[in-house]
Design a binder for this molecule. Structure first.
Ligand SMILES: [Zn+2]
Ligand SMILES: [Zn+2]
Length: 384
């Protein structure tokens, strides 16, 4: 009883200071999985806040605002938290790195170091026992939402993000991870109040904007992002035989602005794009490419030619296999066997023709399974 009271008291302090861990963060991480209901109260409030729509109603402006804030902040989750802080797939200055962390705070997905630590851990142990959000090990619901409610998953393991914890401003945002979300919610409420007073034709209010722009948009953003942890290891097609069950899905790529090409990403994590081919829509990559033209970011890392060639080869084999299977299932269409392999061969030749350097390039490294190398390579890849 006394321990439970101590845990609850610590959880309340952790709402404001995420690094508060009386028994030590390492000891917390070694505990068995157990939902920490007190620690989760802000997360529960986030969901319950959506019900505020019963009182505030809706307006076209508020709904459009929620949609814009969903996609804008999804671009931040994928472009900043995932492709910069977790994988360092491009470079930037120290001031703009801070801006990325600030924008990341508005997504209400905790601090950049916590996010990067958990994500790197996922790549190191994908779909193994230690993967805290594998749907194959822990079930769909736990992989989607359960894991973030577990007491052991709340602390940040700073030893896994040594390349990031050298920056005190990032550590501050990571430790006091409620500051930016609170300021963001307040700013949205103020915007609604301002529009209510100065643009009454929009029929919105502070409370209505808070419900749509913060609670509904942020809750949707959480579940959209979580689909990658849960659905992207269940739903879709596997191009690369990675050691996990990651998959590629157009639907998930649309919802998450490019993260749905998850099997590609598990094959090669060091690239700024997850959609490896022109037909794999990757909005985050297009936005980062545009941002690079401003000079705010640079050094966007491409997909190695050998990985692209491997993918084209695997797609070709896949087409041939599909034709053989179709021949058995529908012998009346057996003439397809003459057409489909030929079509696949033409596709491979086209890809090769558009990448004439393929044969001259050195082989790319294998699967970048150990994402902790980012941490060790901090000295080489530091933001200026
Ligand atoms: Zn994954
Ligand atoms: Zn990743």
């Amino acid at each position: 009883m006394q321990i439970r009271f101590r845990h609850s008291f610590a959880a309340i302090i952790q709402w404001f200071d995420a690094d508060h861990a009386p028994g030590g963060a390492a000891a917390m991480r070694d505990e068995p999985d157990r939902v920490d209901w007190v620690r989760c109260i802000p997360f529960i409030i986030l969901h319950l806040g959506c019900l505020g729509v019963l009182w505030t109603g809706w307006s076209p402006f508020a709904v459009a605002g929620a949609a814009i804030l969903y996609f804008a902040r999804m671009a931040v989750v994928t472009g900043a938290y995932h492709r910069y802080f977790s994988h360092k797939t491009y470079s930037t200055s120290r001031p703009f790195q801070f801006v990325l962390a600030l924008l990341g705070g508005t997504t209400v997905q905790r601090g950049p170091l916590w996010w990067a630590y958990h994500h790197r851990h996922h790549h190191q142990h994908s779909d193994e026992e230690d993967d805290v959000h594998s749907p194959h090990v822990h079930g769909f619901l736990w992989s989607h939402v359960g894991w973030i409610t577990s007491r052991r998953n709340f602390p940040t393991d700073y030893s896994k993000v040594r390349d990031l914890d050298r920056f005190p401003e990032l550590v501050f945002l990571n430790r006091f991870d409620a500051v930016v979300p609170a300021a963001f919610a307040l700013a949205i409420w103020c915007l609604g109040r301002f529009l209510q007073a100065h643009a009454p034709g929009l029929h919105t209010s502070g409370a209505q904007m808070l419900v749509w722009g913060f609670f509904i948009s942020t809750t949707a953003l959480f579940h959209g992002t979580s689909c990658i942890n849960s659905m992207a290891h269940i739903l879709g097609r596997r191009r690369y035989p990675t050691g996990d069950d990651s998959r590629n899905s157009l639907v998930l790529a649309v919802i998450t602005l490019g993260e749905g090409w998850h099997n590609n990403h598990h094959r090669y994590q060091g690239a700024v794009r997850n959609g490896f081919y022109w037909w794999e829509v990757d909005i985050t990559y297009y936005l980062l490419r545009c941002l690079s033209w401003t000079g705010l970011i640079w050094g966007l890392k491409p997909v190695p030619a050998s990985v692209l060639a491997e993918g084209a080869r695997l797609d070709h084999h896949g087409s041939v296999e599909a034709a053989r299977t179709a021949e058995h299932v529908h012998p009346e269409y057996s003439s397809l066997k003459k057409i489909v392999p030929a079509a696949a061969a033409i596709a491979v030749a086209t890809v090769n023709a558009s990448h004439p350097v393929l044969s001259r390039r050195a082989e790319a490294p294998g699967i970048l399974r150990d994402a902790s190398s980012l941490s060790q390579g901090a000295g080489r890849d530091r933001a200026r």
